[in-house]
Write a protein that binds this ligand. Structure first.
Ligand SMILES: [Zn+2]
Length: 58
């Protein structure tokens, strides 16, 4: 069984970095500029065009 991970993501719009749970529910917005950076697809986070994964944290 694969455990859910945390992703370190960066908002491409304002360069804010934040930690995102891999299994998000709904939408995740940047905490600084409120840009949509990820949406939930099949129970997993799918990064939008404004979100970039920098690191995967176990
Ligand atoms: Zn932002």
């Amino acid at each position: 069984m694969v455990r859910a991970k945390f992703l370190k993501v960066r908002c491409e719009k304002c360069n804010n970095e934040q930690i995102l749970f891999e299994r998000v529910a709904g939408r995740v917005a940047c905490l600084v500029c409120n840009e949509l950076i990820a949406t939930s697809t099949g129970g997993k986070a799918r990064l939008s065009s404004s979100g970039r994964v920098l690191e995967v944290l176990d």
